[in-house]
Design a protein around this ligand. Sequence first.
Ligand SMILES: [Cu+2]
Length: 171
Amino acid sequence: MGSTSRVPHAPPATELLCLWAALGCGEGDHHGDGACGGDDDSSGEAGGDLEWDTYAAGMSRTGEGGVFEFVLVAADPGPPDKGENTWTLELREAGGGAVVEGATVEVVPYMPLHGHGTQPASYPCAPAAEAGSCVAGPFDLFMAGTWEVAVNATGPDGATDQATFTFCLEG
Ligand SMILES: [Cu+2]
C-alpha cells in the first residue's frame, strides 16, 4: 500500500508547549490562539484568559491593592525577550502621587502556562539614582512564551501592594 502516514516524533509536553508559545507570540494579538493566549492549554489554575501587555518604556499600572502606582521605566531588552532581562522600576503613590522612597521592591517572574518561575525565584530591586526608582535583575526569562512578572512592594510605612506585568517573549 502507498500509505505515507508517519507517526511524528512526539516531544515531551513541556517542549511542545514551548513550541506553541513561540508560535503564539508571532500572532501579535492580545487574544492569541497559541500558548500565549492560553485558552486551550491552561484550563486549570493558571487561568484560561491570559493576555499580555504591549511594552512601552514608562508604562505603568496601579497595584492590585490600590496603594501604589508601578512604573516600568525601562526594560532591557525592551520589549522583554527570552534570556537575561533588567528592569528599571519606579514606585509612586496611587492616583498620580509622589514617588515613594525607601520602599522594598522585588520582582517575581512566573510562567503560568507551565507553572514555574525562575531560579532564584525572586530578585530584589536595588535602589537607583532617581528617587523612588530601582533596578531589578538581570533575571533569566529562559523560555519563550508568556511570563507574568509580579512586582511586590512594601512601602516605608509597611503598606504592601503588587502589580503584574505580562509579556509574551518571542524567544
Ligand atoms: Cu516555561
